[in-house]
Design a protein around this ligand. Structure first.
Ligand code: AP5
Ligand code: ZN
Length: 216
């Protein structure tokens, strides 16, 4: 299946992407993760992306589209993929339409995770990520047994630089301005399915899988 997840920062895209991709047996492709990995390794792409990320702004479309084009050309994406965090502008969405058409395929479904701004702020202020395996935790909603350490791999947990209150506010403004229009874009294509992304993580996963069932 070729699937896109959309939703505001903190909606739970990364959390759900892991479960949904495993369920569908497709690779999870997260542009945020790829950028963060490049920042951590100090690559040219990472240096380019960092200032935008730290300011809560989007990395320019051209840079992001080229990166996704390269990733979709890898063999594991040939039979389907789950995109988390891309597209998030209308020009990115129309570039993706062309990229998938070039693969001789189309996107099947765009799943929108719906949560309000207050919930986003609660989620992002308590988010912690594992340095070892990338698993996403929350100090209150999904805490590890030992504070600051990942239950899965023992890795150290850290708080993302862009989860500071003022950066989160800017990310929400950017989402409303640049990314929310994708709901209409994909709605007009008849590909959009929205689900309530509040409540326990497992319940949201079940809702997502249920919503995807009719798409095969
Ligand atoms: P990116 O990493 O994509 O950030 P984002 O879209 O802002 O999304 P987040 O990762 O913050 O949240 P999420 O929805 O994945 O939520 P999560 O599962 O972690 O992008 C970062 C930056 O990279 C951008 O600002 C931009 O600069 C750049 N970038 C990336 N893609 C780009 C693109 N296409 N174009 C241009 N620039 C791009 O969950 C959040 C917290 O909530 C966690 O602590 C989790 O444990 C908790 N949680 C999850 N589900 C639940 C639940 N059901 N109940 C309670 N808590 C929950
Ligand atoms: Zn870990």
């Amino acid at each position: 299946m070729r699937l896109v997840l959309v939703g505001p920062p903190g909606a739970g895209k990364g959390t759900q992407a892991e479960f949904i991709a495993a369920h569908l047996a497709v690779p999870k492709i997260s542009t945020g993760d790829i950028f963060r990995d490049n920042v951590a390794r100090g690559t040219e792409l990472g240096v380019q992306a960092r200032s935008y990320m730290d300011a809560g702004q989007l990395v320019p479309d051209e840079v992001t589209i080229n990166m996704v084009r390269d990733r979709l050309a890898e063999p594991d994406a040939g039979d389907g993929f789950l995109l988390d965090g891309f597209p998030r502008t209308v020009p990115q969405a129309s570039a993706l339409d062309k990229l998938v058409a070039d693969l001789g395929a189309g996107l099947e479904v765009v799943l929108e995770l719906v949560v309000d701004d207050d919930e986003v702020i609660r989620r992002l202020s308590g988010r912690r990520t594992c340095r070892g395996c990338g698993k996403i935790w929350h100090v209150e909603f999904d805490p590890p047994v030992r504070e600051g350490s990942c239950d899965r791999c023992g890795g150290q947990l850290f708080q993302r630089d862009d989860d500071k209150a003022e950066t989160v506010a800017e990310r929400l403004r950017v989402y409303a301005r640049d990314t929310a229009p994708l709901v209409d874009y994909y709605g007009a294509q008849g590909r959009l399915v929205g689900i309530d992304a509040t409540g326990p993580v497992e319940d949201v996963t079940l809702r997502a899988i249920d919503a995807l069932r009719s798409y095969g």
